[in-house]
Design a protein around this ligand. Sequence first.
Ligand code: NAP
Length: 312
Amino acid sequence: MEKTPVLVLAPLPDFLMEPLRAAHVCHDYFHAEDKDALLANVGAHIRGIVMAGHSMSPVALLEKLPKLEIISVFGVGYDGVPVDWCRAHGIRVTNTPDVLTEDVADTASALVLMTSRRLISANRYLHAGSWTQGPFPLAHALRGKLAGIVGLGRIGKAIAQRLEAHGMRVAYHGRARQEVSWEYFESLIELAKTADFLIVACPGGAGTKHLINAQVLEALGAKGTLINIARGSVVDEMALIAALQSGTIRGAGLDVFENEPLVPQALMQCENAVLLPHLSSGTHETRRAMAGLVVGNLAAYFDGKTLLTPVC
Ligand code: NAP
């Protein structure tokens, strides 16, 4: 059978590229030095796009691919895809939900532990040989504290379950109340005022851009820590840096940033921030399961079968 031409918009692991190359002619847009020349050469034939959760497929690019039929995202977040435009143009979009939920929730609860107990600073303290000069300062307990989850979806719920196991109370904010026992806050500001940890687990994109702004951080206050495993765009990073520097909030645990992989120097210098390089789903097991969904969705589509995980 003839291989279908697809455009690859992100650097992807070998265990994904190998099966992709077996079934498709893969054109590497991400690494192409002359992207316009590549599009001029193959754009008219491209039938599929493969991209990562954090990469972008703007309308201006999609318009240059007249035969495009499907976009397969290697990630659950598809905020880089103009989904309404795709729907209107009959282009299918798929992602990789569920298989990454547990790893991302593990990372979020690890960030809660690392920030509350200051485990990274304690590790540095010992490595620096400081223990002989005295004990590491006391930290803060989790039990009884309130975790306020912003976006109680698959990952938000998995985070809530883990934090309850640490003895924490859970409340949430979202666009609508859900059939769950955790307390619902219609107002994000009110949740921030009450929460000890504000944990961001909603999608990125225009609808949530800078949802966590200076007012929310002010409400979270000096008792509060911000955790973000969602998307960098959800948090106003400049407002966050100011809040960390001034002590407006106690700390932050971040896996995602506004301009990844660039992280502002001022944020890197904040001792009260634990910063991870977008690794929440970064395990062998999960990334392979995600790769299986990317390949499986493309195969299902081009074989005329039902998509495994359709967005639209
Ligand atoms: P999901 O099941 O769709 O959950 C998203 C939740 O956010 C839903 O409950 C949704 O509820 C809520 N939400 C949507 N808009 C909101 C808003 N404006 N304010 C508050 N809540 C809002 O998705 P998921 O699988 O849990 O994934 C969540 C996000 O995590 C993804 O979109 C992705 O960006 C991020 N993620 C990051 C990593 C990483 O490596 N750091 C890995 C995986 C996922 P309603 O629609 O009812 O409002």
